[in-house]
Design a protein around this ligand. Structure first.
Ligand code: ARG
Length: 464
C-alpha cells in the first residue's frame, strides 16, 4: 500500500526523503497511547452515530490485536509507514478493510499525534514523580539517621562552620521538593485533550470531545483547536523543570565526587556504584556520580533544542514540531534514571566520621561561635569579628587551632580578654547552638524532617 495520504500524488516519496521524514523509529514508543487514543476516538464516533456499534467493535478488537503484535514483536514497522499513527492505521486497514478506513473520520494526525504525546507525557511523568518521591524518602530516612553526624560546612569551598549530614541532606530535600512541585504544576497544565481539534480548525462532525476526554483520563478538552495542534509549551515547561532538577542532581553528584576523593574522604561510595581502572589497580572511581553530573548537559540540550525548534514558527502545525519527540523522550529517560540512581547511591553511601573529624579540627570552624560569644559578653560584633580574626592569625603563626590558644595568647592580642571567656568550642556545641528555624541543630533538623514527611505524605496521597 502507498502512503495513506497519497491520493493527489503521481509518484512516491524519494527514498532519501522517506528516511528523513519518518518518525516511526522513535515515535513507535507511543504505540500504547496511539491505540488507546484510537479506541477512545472510535468509541466516541460510535456513540455519536458516525460509525456503527459493530464497526466500532471490529476496530477495537483489531486494534487490540495490533497492540499484542507490537508488544510481542511479531508486528514490526518500516520507515515506509512514516510514523506510529500511520503504521497502526495501515495495520488496522490490513486487518479490517473498509471498516478500518473509517477510524480516521473527524481526526487529523495533528490532533492525534498531540493526543498521543500528552497521554504519553502524563504516564511517563507519573513515573518520574514516583522516582522523585522515592528519592525524597531516601533523603528523609538518611537525614533522620544522621542528625548528629558532623560535617564541615563550606562557603567558597573553604571551611566555614560545622553542620550535620542530616542538615546537608535536608537542603537537597528542599531543592527536590521544588522540583516535584514544578513537575506537578506542569502536569496539571498539560493534562488536556487535543483530540477533536482536527488538523487545526475542529471538525464538521458533531463529535463529543468530553467523552474522549473522560475516556482518556484528561482533565478537560483543549479549548482552542489551533492552539491545541500548535502548542508545545507543556514539553518546554517539562524540559525546564527537568533541567533545574538535573542541575540539582549534578550538584549532589559533584559533592559525592569530591567527598569521595583522597583529599576529603568524607564518604565512601558503595562498590556497586563505582568502577575500577583498566590500568591502575588501586582505583575505585566515582564514575556513576560523574555520569550523573554529566547527564545534565543532555537535558539542557533537550530544552534548548525544543525552544529553538518552536521559535518563530507560524500557526498552526508545522512539520518542525515532529522534532518535539526525541528531546522529550531523552529527558524523560535521563531524569527518571538519574533520580533513581541518585536515590540508591545516597541510600548506600557512608559518612566517614574519623576523616570528617580531621577537617573539623583544622579549619577554624568555630570562629563565628567565638565572635558571637564575645558579643554576648558586651563586645560589639565588628570588634569581636576583628578580635577573632587576630586569634586566627595567631593560630596560623603558631600552627595550632583556636581551642589551643591559652589565656596569655589571648591577652597578648587584646587586654579585654582578661575578663572574657571562650564558649564551648566543640563542633557539636557549635552545631547545637544553631537551633533557630532553618538551622543545623539536631532538634531543628528533626523538625524540618517532620515537616518534610508530612508534605511528602500529602503529595503521595494526592498525586500517586
Ligand atoms: N509524525 C508527525 C508529528 O509527529 C505527525 C503529524 C503529522 N502531521 C502532518 N500534517 N504531516 O508531528
Amino acid at each position: 500500500m502507498g502512503n495513506l495520504w497519497a491520493g493527489r500524488f503521481d509518484r512516491g516519496m524519494d527514498a532519501i526523503v522517506e528516511e528523513f521524514n519518518a518518525s516511526i523509529g522513535f515515535d513507535k514508543r507511543m504505540y500504547n497511547c496511539d491505540i488507546d487514543g484510537s479506541i477512545a476516538h472510535v468509541s466516541m464516533l460510535s456513540e455519536v452515530g458516525v460509525v456503527t456499534e459493530d464497526e466500532k467493535n471490529d476496530i477495537v478488537s483489531a486494534l487490540e490485536e495490533i497492540r499484542s503484535g507490537i508488544s510481542s514483536g511479531s508486528l514490526v514497522f518500516t520507515v515506509k509507514q512514516e510514523d506510529i499513527h500511520m503504521a497502526v492505521e495501515e495495520a488496522l486497514i490490513a486487518k479490517t478493510g473498509a471498516t478500518g478506513k473509517k477510524l480516521h473520520t473527524a481526526r487529523s494526525r495533528n490532533d492525534q499525534a498531540q493526543t498521543d504525546m500528552r497521554l504519553f507525557f502524563m504516564r511517563e511523568t507519573a513515573l518520574i514523580l514516583e522516582a522523585l518521591v522515592k528519592l525524597q524518602r531516601v533523603i528523609l530516612e538518611k537525614a533522620d539517621r544522621n542528625t548528629e553526624e558532623l560535617l564541615a560546612g563550606f562557603t567558597h569551598m573553604q571551611h566555614a562552620q560545622p553542620v550535620t549530614a542530616g542538615f546537608h541532606l535536608m537542603a537537597y530535600f528542599q531543592m527536590f521538593r521544588r522540583d516535584i512541585e514544578r513537575l506537578i504544576d506542569t502536569r496539571r497544565r498539560a493534562n488536556q485533550n487535543p483530540l477533536g481539534s482536527g488538523a487545526l480548525g475542529g471538525t464538521t462532525f458533531d463529535i463529543d470531545r468530553n467523552m474522549t476526554t473522560e475516556l482518556l483520563g484528561f482533565d478537560s478538552p483543549c479549548e482552542n483547536a489551533m492552539d491545541a495542534v500548535s502548542d508545545r509549551d507543556y514539553i518546554i515547561e517539562f524540559l525546564s523543570a527537568a533541567s533545574i532538577s538535573m542541575m540539582h542532581v549534578s550538584r549532589f553528584a559533584e559533592e559525592i565526587v569530591y567527598w569521595n576523593s583522597s583529599e576529603f574522604k568524607f564518604i565512601s561510595i558503595d562498590d556497586g556504584f563505582c568502577t575500577g581502572s583498566s590500568m591502575m589497580p588501586q582505583k575505585k572511581n566515582p564514575d556513576v556520580a560523574e555520569l550523573l553530573r554529566g547527564k545534565v548537559g543532555r537535558v539542557y540540550g533537550d530544552l534548548i533544542a525544543l525552544l529553538t525548534v518552536m521559535k518563530g514558527t507560524p500557526l498552526s502545525y508545522n512539520k518542525d514540531f515532529q522534532e518535539d519527540k526525541e528531546p522529550l523522550f531523552d529527558a524523560i529517560d535521563v531524569w527518571r534514571t538519574s533520580i533513581l540512581i541518585l536515590a540508591a547511591m545516597i541510600d548506600k553511601m557512608e559518612y566517614r566520621s574519623d576523616e570528617i573529624q580531621k577537617h573539623l579540627n583544622d579549619g577554624f570552624l568555630c570562629a563565628t561561635d567565638i565572635a558571637d560569644s564575645l558579643v554576648r559578653q558586651g563586645i560589639p560584633f565588628r570588634d569581636s569579628h576583628w578580635l577573632v580574626g587576630k586569634m586566627v592569625k595567631l593560630c596560623e603563626n603558631k600552627s595550632c587551632g583556636l581551642p589551643d590558644l591559652g589565656k596569655e595568647d589571648l591577652v597578648s592580642l587584646d587586654p579585654r580578654f582578661e575578663s572574657l571567656v571562650l564558649p564551648d568550642l566543640s563542633m557539636m556545641g557549635c552545631v547545637n547552638a544553631r537551633k533557630t528555624m532553618g538551622g543545623t541543630a539536631p532538634q531543628e533538623v528533626k523538625r524540618q524532617i517532620e515537616v518534610g514527611r508530612k508534605w511528602l505524605a500529602q503529595i503521595s496521597a494526592a498525586h500517586m
